[in-house]
Write a protein that binds this ligand. Structure first.
Ligand code: PLP
Length: 395
């Protein structure tokens, strides 16, 4: 086949044609256990029957209308989403298509909020070194990793990066005169699964509240049940002013959301923002199924239990190649003593002959293995996947 894609991805040598539960199948019929969920997207696994049914029913009824009009499913989804996020202070939502787009919305909200109250000089958005907020120019400008910035300047101005965990730097950066917002991942994903320190988040929340700086959580990778609570920020017991979600929100369809609480819910007014596909009926129908599932406390408890089992099992190996294990729920990072990519390749190639099974895992940074299995994975599948991984690490 002609090579028509731009060279943006380093793809592994496999072509998937079918998925079922925690399994994917390639062209030759070989099966692979999926510990990646399409990078936290297929959170209910592949071919989840209620999701398939909701999508096929909705596709037959109505796929898209533009935002000149209303439809009967997007408000159902939006209301469920706002309700689910009420505990952290959310009141209204804007629906888009991706994480980067959600963060763009968050940045616009913080800028306008601050501009209207304090004038144009107070526009800085503070983010953390090592953070990841997306690939559009402004989301990249918010991303605190040099390697993503190479070659693409000039960037959107008005961003400041600080090292996570440093309370003095935080205090300095959250300057009442210049700063509009602080954007933070409760658990950093792309930089290696790094949960924030509770004191750090509590301090940030207090400083933001005292100085009227918007506290904005990027839960695009870590939210929606991934860490065993509906939102990863919940255990920190703070409220957000703005919250962004995407990835798993429609279980595999593109959707992103920026939510805002009391201070910022009314910032966007007619004409301020928009998105042609944002929260269209098909994505909304899928989102309803995801939310109905991942807001169930018993379901969340199971995610937490399976995540503990996965990490405890890896810890119990005391493996000489493993340096550190971090994570919460079904979001785990394992630092190893060598490059992660060859391990990914070897896991994929596991399983003799044409049937497999192979194992799909991710990396996060050069030497970190990343695990984001679907929430519906069984204990037996976790054991099997770990056995496959271990044989690769032992080799
Ligand atoms: C924390 C976080 N924010 C934003 C994004 C960007 O999301 P998207 O790729 O949907 O634009 C990602 C994607 O990995 C992410 O992990």
């Amino acid at each position: 086949m002609a090579d028509v894609f731009m060279n943006t991805y380093h793809r592994l040598p496999v072509t998937f044609v079918k998925g079922e539960g925690a399994w994917l199948y390639d062209r030759a019929g070989k099966k692979y256990l999926d510990f990646s969920s399409g990078i936290a997207v297929n959170c209910l696994g592949h071919g989840y029957p209620p999701l398939v049914k909701a999508l096929s029913d909705q596709a037959a009824r109505l796929i898209h209308t533009c935002n000149y009009y209303q439809n009967d499913i997007s408000p159902v989804f939006a209301e469920k989403l706002v309700r689910a996020c009420q505990g952290v202070g959310m009141q209204r939502v804007f629906l888009g298509n991706s994480g980067a787009e959600a963060n763009e919305g968050a940045i616009k909200i913080a800028r306008k909020y601050s501009l209207k109250k304090y004038g144009p000089k107070r526009h800085t958005i503070v983010t953390l070194r090592g953070s990841f907020h997306g690939r559009t120019i402004t989301a990249l400008s918010a991303t605190g990793q040099e390697k993503f910035h190479r070659d693409f300047g000039p960037f959107t101005g008005g961003f400041k990066f600080i090292p996570g965990g440093d309370l003095e730097e935080l205090d300095r950066a959250l300057d009442q005169k210049t700063t509009a917002g602080f954007l933070v991942e409760a658990v950093q994903g792309e930089s290696g699964i790094i949960p924030q320190d509770p004191l750090y988040i509590k301090t940030a929340a207090k400083l933001c509240a005292d100085r009227d700086i918007l506290l904005m959580f990027d839960e695009i990778q870590c939210g929606l049940g991934r860490t065993g609570t509906f939102l990863a920020m919940e255990p920190y017991e703070v409220k957000a002013d703005v919250l962004t979600l995407a990835k798993g929100l429609a279980g595999g369809l593109p959707v992103g959301a920026v939510l805002a609480g009391e201070k910022a819910a009314e910032v966007f007014q007619t004409g301020d923002h928009g998105s042609t596909f944002g929260g269209n009926p098909l994505a909304a129908a899928a989102g309803v199924v995801v939310l109905d599932t991942v807001t169930d406390p018993a379901f969340l408890k199971e995610i937490a239990r399976k995540g503990r089992a996965l990490m405890d099992a890896i810890r119990s190996w005391n493996h000489p190649r493993i340096r550190e294990i971090r994570g919460r729920g079904l979001m785990a990072g394992v630092d190893i003593d060598r490059e992660a990519w060859p391990v990914l390749e070897a896991c994929l190639a596991q399983g003799p002959g044409r049937t497999g099974p192979g194992l799909l895992i991710l990396s996060a940074g050069a030497k970190t293995l990343r695990f984001l299995p679907p929430y519906t994975i069984t204990d037996g599948e976790i054991d099997l996947g770990l056995a496959l991984l271990r044989s690769v690490l032992d080799a």
